[in-house]
Design a protein around this ligand. Structure first.
Ligand code: PMP
Ligand code: GLN
Length: 436
């Protein structure tokens, strides 16, 4: 193994996938998977119809390589949709790069910008791949953890908004070596989202502590002061719960020039199997990503890109309608979120209700006992999650997988549930939870 990958051998998705194969057979175990983030029901009907149409078209070109930096029809569609959300005319050929999912978008951005010895600021909890990607470039991950408001963790339920970014601590992380900061909003796994309500003044008066426009402006201000890039992972951009609105950090004053925004068709169209993602940003930064991409992947599957293009074209015609999937997906998930919150409370866990995304963290320590005590090998949340998988056939993910080693004590009383599941799955999970 090349030196730069030494120390990166462990991966929670791989580890738990192996465990799930052993203990989660749907028939023999009657198992329930609330672990990995994917929906277990069909995506919108038009996704299926467009797949069919693409096959029926028998277009020879769809079976061959397409434009390396993004299938022409797809970059055009992305440009048309996102020009409306970035409040600028996007250039489909130079300001958008299509990749095989948000993973490679992150990889291209980090590898395209970060030199060995550069520092990259990560906000914990973070999607687990950020840290290994930074380390593999020779970069140094500097991590700042969101802190729960005092008392909030003692409550029966709390909100992702109770987890606060300490502005002074954040400021102290920026220095001459800082090259980039990665922001993930709505956040996986916490569900903390950058939000505003219709009435700004009331919002700041009531919620001045949450991950607000004000907090994003603080990040933006520091990026400008220290000449730092922002990599904004917005794969859950459409999943924000009522009363809130997603803010794109690239749309804040003077941020376009230094921000790469990443999206995913897997999340946008509830079809993680698409494995199509995109990066949007200024030509100079996209060029850096393109150079990484052209030298490893070169091009992405044509058929998937054609289908995603048609999906975007379909939604483009109804962006302002409540029927647009970008507007309706949150309602669909809201009921599921509320159901799982209610049951977690009933069974004695303390959920942190997310403002966005489709994951929920819950304090499980009511069930803690000697068999779950941490040792050198493993933290207690990993032990509890393995117990739930092996003995109860319910898959979840340990929260400490989203933290660096030093911060595991902040995380190991939580486990993550994915609630983007059909009602039948959620009801099965509830049965297990009620009998813990
Ligand atoms: N970022 C976050 C925050 C994620 O949760 C995921 C997982 N979907 C990704 C990136 C990777 O997305 P994709 O499946 O499009 O590679
Ligand atoms: N993003 C999804 C999650 O957080 C899936 C990640 C993965 O399987 N690598 O669950």
């Amino acid at each position: 193994l090349a030196k730069r990958f030494k120390g990166l051998e462990k991966n929670i998705w791989y580890e738990f996938q192996v465990l799930h194969q052993l203990y989660l057979h749907p028939v023999t175990h009657n198992a329930v998977n609330l672990g990995q983030g994917f929906i277990d029901y069909l995506p919108p009907q038009y996704v299926i119809d467009f797949y069919r149409q693409c096959i029926d078209d028998s277009n020879i070109l769809l079976y061959q390589y397409t434009r390396g930096f993004g299938h022409r029809r797809l970059v055009d569609a992305i440009a048309q949709v996102y020009s409306k959300y970035f409040f600028r005319e996007l250039d489909p050929l130079n300001q958008i790069l299509v990749t095989s999912g948000a993973y490679p978008s992150l990889f291209n951005a980090i590898n395209g910008l970060v030199n060995p010895g550069d520092e990259v600021i990560l906000i914990e909890p973070f999607f687990d791949c950020y840290e290994p990607m930074v380390k593999a470039t020779g970069g140094i991950a500097r991590c700042i953890a969101l802190k729960p408001k005092s008392n909030s963790t003692n409550e029966k339920t709390s909100s992702s908004a109770d987890w606060i970014l300490d502005e002074n601590e954040l400021e102290s992380m920026f220095n001459k070596k800082t090259k980039a900061i990665i922001v993930n909003s709505p956040n996986n796994p916490l569900g903390k989202a950058c939000l505003i309500t219709a009435n700004f003044t009331i919002y700041f008066a009531l919620f001045c502590q949450v991950f607000t426009q004000q907090e994003l402006e603080k990040i933006a201000g520091l990026c400008q002061k220290h000449n730092v890039y922002c990599i904004s992972d917005e794969v859950y951009e459409w999943i924000v719960y009522p009363g809130h609105k997603h803010i794109r950090i690239a749309t804040l004053p003077n941020m376009w020039e230094r921000t790469l925004t990443i999206g995913s068709a897997g999340k946008t169209f509830s079809s993680t199997g698409f494995k199509i993602g995109w990066t949007i940003g200024p030509e100079k930064l996209i060029r850096a990503c393109q150079i990484v991409h052209q030298n490893c992947v070169y091009t992405n599957p044509t058929m998937s890109q054609e289908v995603v293009a048609r999906c975007f074209e379909h939604e483009l015609k109804r962006l302002n309608s409540p029927d647009c999937y970008f507007n309706s997906i949150s309602n669909e998930l809201l009921e599921k979120r509320d159901r799982i919150v209610q049951v977690l409370k009933e069974c004695g866990m303390k959920p942190i209700v997310p403002d966005g995304g489709y994951f929920i963290l819950a304090d499980w320590t009511k069930f803690n006992n000697a068999q779950f005590h941490s040792d050198n090998e493993e933290s207690k949340d990993f032990k509890f999650v393995k117990y739930l998988t092996k003995e109860k056939h319910l898959a979840t993910i340990p929260a400490s997988g989203f933290y660096t080693k030093d911060h595991i004590p902040m995380a190991d009383k939580y486990i993550r549930f994915c609630f983007a599941k059909k009602d039948e799955t959620i009801e099965k999970a509830i049965k297990i939870l009620k009998n813990l």
